[in-house]
Design a binder for this molecule. Structure first.
Ligand SMILES: [Zn+2]
Ligand SMILES: [Zn+2]
Length: 285
């Protein structure tokens, strides 16, 4: 059995109704499903939920919880952290959990936030105009913002920890073995450990063919395992068909790294469940 707490839908930039994801989850052996549309933001964002939809999103999830007794359903949002504009703490009370993700780093002179995980050309544009093409400065700022978010509003789950590597295909700008990059990862892991945040192992980059590995990279997962930091496996599905995409391969990877348990919401609480390559071992719940 699997669980998945990172899923989108028509409420933001995903395809399909919430019920389509529930049906796909049931077919794919997903026993607990969390919805995590991109939270509304107070600036232009084409892939975020419109703030006018938030109430119906939450109402629909509550109704689905009542109507589907054979699957656990949870309400969440994937919330950005943009200093003085938006943070996961704003939405905590209304939800079962939050995913905190950094998609924006600094802003242009006109106040437009710079999107770091979209297409490569706008990435290059911001890198040049905001960071004078200093890639190290831009990436360090990405991880500083990640740590600021954890410090200031501690999301339940940290989303795709190293997603900025999506722009570094073929090691175009740096190597993950570079000392400065490793230092940013180490500092971030230290804070995660202190804060008690769960780290997401996100498979989307692999099935989208935008990353050869999970977010975060396997060498980072090894460090998380050494530090006993809880992880959860999710697919960041934007289509019901992707509800368990790359899960089998990822559970194999986690076994190989040496993880013994994976965190998941179960009966309303975060629990550490034993697993094998086919997901959680149901009789050990
Ligand atoms: Zn994201
Ligand atoms: Zn997402």
């Amino acid at each position: 059995m699997f669980t998945n707490f990172h899923t989108h839908s028509h409420y933001c930039d995903g395809k399909g109704e919430l019920s389509d994801y529930i049906n796909a989850a049931k077919k794919g052996g997903v026993k607990a499903l969390g919805f995590s549309s991109h939270a509304p933001v107070p600036f232009d964002c084409k892939w975020c939920m419109n703030v006018t939809l938030l109430e119906s999103y939450l109402d629909e999830i509550e109704l689905l919880k009542k109507n589907h007794q054979d699957i656990e359903i949870y309400s969440g949002l994937e919330v950005d952290y943009v200093p003085a504009k938006i943070s996961p703490s704003e939405f905590k009370q209304a939800l079962d959990y939050t995913i905190g993700s950094i998609h924006f780093v600094e802003q242009y002179e006109n106040g437009t936030p710079w999107e770091i995980d979209g297409p490569h050309l706008p990435f290059l544009d911001g890198l040049s105009k905001i960071f004078n093409n200093n890639i190290k400065e831009a990436i360090v700022r990405y991880f500083e913002l990640t740590r600021e978010m954890i410090n200031q509003s501690t999301p339940t789950i940290l989303g795709h920890l190293d997603k900025i590597k999506i722009q570094n295909a073929g090691d175009k700008f740096f190597r993950e073995s570079d000392a400065w990059y490793q230092e940013e990862i180490n500092k971030t892991i230290d804070l995660i450990k202190k804060a008690g945040t769960i780290v997401e192992v996100n498979t989307r980059g692999i099935y989208q063919k935008k990353s050869a590995t999970t977010y975060p990279s396997p060498w980072i997962l090894e460090k998380l395992n050494e530090q006993n930091i809880p992880i959860t496996v999710s697919s960041d599905a934007h289509h019901p068909d992707d509800i368990t995409n790359q899960f089998h391969e990822t559970f194999v990877l986690l076994e190989r790294i040496g993880f013994k348990k994976v965190s998941t919401l179960w009966n309303g609480e975060w629990k550490q469940l034993a697993f094998n390559e086919y997901g959680y071992i149901a009789d050990k719940i």
